[in-house]
Design a protein around this ligand. Structure first.
Ligand SMILES: [Fe+2]
Length: 462
């Protein structure tokens, strides 16, 4: 019997493009098709997802008729509870064989594999998610070895299916190693590294494909399933850009956007003081973040660049305001660093050119790097050089290691390269915008935020 496997991966919430992909999918789809997504469909930069805890993505996938998806890193980035909320919805099977809660218990709704029967043919689908390493703890997850997890699923389901599909989100570089090692897999659909295969590869009898990213392509693989096994008949990689967006998909998107904006716009609380912002000048919203981070992580020093926020906060706080003013999904991050590297970064920060530089870096969605703001420290400078600095009440020492609460952006040395000389980094699942939400409602923190930590000593002219 002939079957078509239609697949996408790494959409990253490019929903307009997805509406075009949905048109292609609906054209290709019939009772002899299986429709799969390889993960990173839901990227939480999207306001529709933020406002619906990911359910907008499920509605879009349901409308297109998806049979299953594998959990990518982006489905985890809003924390394990949001992932569970989506997986529990139940309309689309969420698959990952190597993903658990931090306490090693399973995530409700998440399947290690599934068998879907169509026209009497049993399709076994398993897949794994990429190891998030040091981020696992903060996201509330535990990950096991993906190869072993797949082998165990194959072992458990031996003889129970006709077509074995590995819908994997660990990258083609990892999947290529699996070819030849897996007994019981007929098709591998790769994701995570956004590879676009111009045509399906067949290696050691395994049919292998990857459909790029952002809804720009839809992969279609035609197979023949017989007693003897699975063989490739035909394949195509369809570019979506010239198709009209599917009407029903677009209307689901519109409805969810309105719903999300309504939910996110609700005022959470009003602000006692305006928290203004600037890229170069020391400002209270950046000080508040530095203070909040220091408190949250119990560090000696709070450190943040003002470019993390695009604007100040006045009047009231809402989730929408937080997403707009602080769009970067960066996390509160702890690390240890020596005084000399801190001093170098802080002194660089006196240079407006450094502050106004393009802030690009992983996870950064703002414009400028911005000035460094501190908590738990006092700095006296002359506009160019730091003359004196204390952390706690002690003068900073070049060789001494300090415990710093900051962001993963600065931990990587983005904007301020000397900060990359750190050790013992760890991350929290919250985002920097959550730090604003938590601390801007505490009046003592708002009051403290207006207090200056950088003091310029006027130079005496003779
Ligand atoms: Fe990914």
């Amino acid at each position: 019997m002939r079957f078509k496997i239609i697949h996408t991966n790494d959409l990253h919430s490019h929903f307009e493009a997805f509406a075009r992909a949905a048109t292609v999918i609906k054209k290709e789809k019939n009772e002899h098709t299986l429709l799969l997504d390889g993960g990173d469909f839901a990227d939480f930069k999207s306001i529709e997802l933020q406002g619906t805890r990911g359910i907008a993505a499920i509605e879009l996938l349901t409308e297109a008729g998806y049979d299953a998806l594998t959990v990518g890193n982006n489905e985890m980035f809003n924390g394990v509870d949001t992932l569970e909320h989506m997986a529990e919805d139940g309309r689309i099977p969420f698959i990952s064989a190597n993903l658990f809660r931090k306490d090693r218990t399973s995530i409700n709704g998440l399947l290690s594999s599934t068998i879907i029967e169509k026209q009497g043919i049993r399709f076994f689908i398993t897949g794994t998610s990429p190891d998030m390493g040091v981020f696992c703890d903060g996201l509330g997850i535990h990950m096991t070895d993906f190869k072993q997890a797949i082998q165990e699923e194959l072992e458990k389901n031996k003889g129970l299916y006709d077509v074995g599909i590995l819908l994997n989100h660990v990258g083609t570089f990892a999947d290529v190693e699996l070819i030849g090692e897996l007994d019981g897999i007929d098709v591998i659909l790769s994701a995570h590294d956004h590879q676009l295969f111009s045509e399906v590869k067949v290696q050691q009898g395994i049919i292998w494909n990857s459909a790029g990213n952002y809804g720009e392509h839809v992969g279609v693989i035609e197979i023949e399933v017989t007693e003897a096994g699975v063989s490739l008949i035909d394949s195509k990689m369809i570019e979506t850009k010239d198709f009209e967006g599917d009407e029903r998909t677009l209307s689901i998107l519109q409805r969810n956007k309105e719903k999300a904006v309504d939910i996110l716009s609700q005022p959470l609380y009003s602000l006692n003081e305006p928290l203004w912002h600037d890229v170069i000048e020391e400002n209270p919203i950046s000080n508040l973040i530095a203070d909040g981070l220091k408190d949250m992580l119990g560090a000696e020093l709070g450190l943040i660049n003002s470019g993390i926020v695009n604007a100040g906060a006045f009047g009231f706080i809402s989730r929408k305001k937080l997403i707009e003013t602080c769009p970067s999904p960066l996390n509160p991050t702890y690390f240890e660093i020596q005084g000399e590297h801190l001093l170098k970064a802080l002194e660089d920060s006196l240079d407006a050119q450094v502050c106004m530089a393009d802030g690009r870096g992983p996870g950064f969605r703002g414009r400028f790097v911005g000035r460094l703001h501190v908590s738990g420290a006092a700095i006296i400078h002359d506009g160019k050089k730091i003359l004196h600095m204390t952390i706690g009440n002690e003068p900073i020492e070049a060789e001494k290691w300090y415990r710093v609460a900051s962001s993963d952006y600065l931990q990587r040395g983005s904007g301020y390269p000397s900060l990359a000389h750190n050790k013992n980094d760890r991350y929290m699942a919250e985002e920097i915008k959550d730090v604003i939400e938590i601390y801007a409602k505490k009046s003592e923190f708002v009051k403290r935020a207006v207090r200056k930590r950088w003091v310029e000593k006027s130079r005496i002219k003779v």
